[in-house]
Design a protein around this ligand. Structure first.
Ligand code: 5GP
Ligand code: ZN
Length: 136
């Protein structure tokens, strides 16, 4: 299914041009318009799924396989020192385009980006309670 109001549906299906790094039946991989670093790319499924929760299992598996292939190629060709895979779900998590996408963000020593979090603190009791909340 495509969503006629969704910009990533239009990009993924070629209705809006993009700098495409890779394309197959299921996905298009494009350069991000507002790159965090040189080579920041997005894996877009051609079908419209708003987020990870909606993504079919086989599409999720294929997206991760493609992420591995693209990450390997991009890191080698760009001479990156590392790479972050980022995937935001919901406004609270920073998602701004409500069509599932996987960020591939090549990293370079001293690139000035801050993609990682500040570690918090937790007691063993708090961790136990959270574990129980999730798995029970
Ligand atoms: P989110 O915050 O939803 O995880 O990421 C959305 C990403 O899409 C942002 O990094 C933003 O720069 C990128 N983006 C938004 N609109 C466009 C567009 O029209 N073309 C491209 N190539 N990237 C876009
Ligand atoms: Zn869409």
């Amino acid at each position: 299914m495509k969503d006629s109001n969704c910009i990533f549906c239009k990009i993924a299906n070629g209705e809006i041009p993009s700098k495409t790094l890779y394309e197959d039946d299921q996905f298009r991989v494009i350069l991000d318009l507002g790159p965090a670093t040189k080579g920041h790319a997005l894996i877009l499924p051609k079908e419209h799924y708003a987020n990870l929760y909606e993504l079919p299992d086989d599409t999720a598996a294929a997206a991760m396989k493609l992420a591995k292939k693209m990450a390997t190629q991009m890191s080698r060709k760009l001479g990156a020192d590392g790479l972050n895979l980022v995937q935001n779900n919901g406004e609270a998590a920073g998602q701004t385009v409500m069509h599932f996408h996987l960020h591939l963000i090549p990293r370079y020593v001293n690139d000035g980006q801050h993609i990682l979090w500040n570690p918090g603190e937790s007691t063993p009791e708090e961790l136990e309670a959270i574990k129980n909340q999730i798995v029970e």
